[in-house]
Write a protein that binds this ligand. Sequence first.
Ligand SMILES: [Zn+2]
Ligand SMILES: [Zn+2]
Length: 208
Amino acid sequence: MERYRKAFRQKVIPRYYRGSLHVAAFAVIQLVALVVVAARVRWSLEAIIIIGMALTYATTFTYFLHRFLLHRKIPGFGWAHKMHHWHHTFYQSHAMEYDTLDDVYMLLMPPWIQLFYYVVYLPVLTLATGLIFGSEVIVPFIFGLTLWYGIYELIHWMEHLPPGRGLLRHSLFRWLRNHHVIHHSRLKDEANFGIVEPSWDYVFGTKK
Ligand SMILES: [Zn+2]
Ligand SMILES: [Zn+2]
């Protein structure tokens, strides 16, 4: 595995790439987005319910995107399939952890996807949501989806850390990590597509 990973890095990771800068860019974009949106939320029970609905939408969307776009070759989205294939070939059920910080190249989504999420995807989606449900839902809805991006990346990252340290020792987390380990086995195209939580895997019978 060590030799395989070394060859993989040489083939896939660009020479200019620095994992530390990638992590820093992710954290800065995420924190700025959270602070800017959180400052505009008018907190109420209604706002909390809308945030919950945004998170429910996001976990559903993520399940379908992962199952049907990242694990299939859809014309026009070959690049997404290829990036996810790198993730699965570098991280396998018997080697889930990374060796160096540069290995987050195959773990975190690239900054341009994060920027696309905030600059294109979120505004379009929230505009549509506002038109359908009214302008008062827009800010809490954006906040829920902003929260989701960070939760998704952090939970997925934690699933690729060695178990048994600090928070990772908790039985709930070990269960969630094990769920993701199975997705990194030879069952990758058929099981455990939920990354943050497995509810849709239970609903669609893809839970192993
Ligand atoms: Zn993974
Ligand atoms: Zn996958």
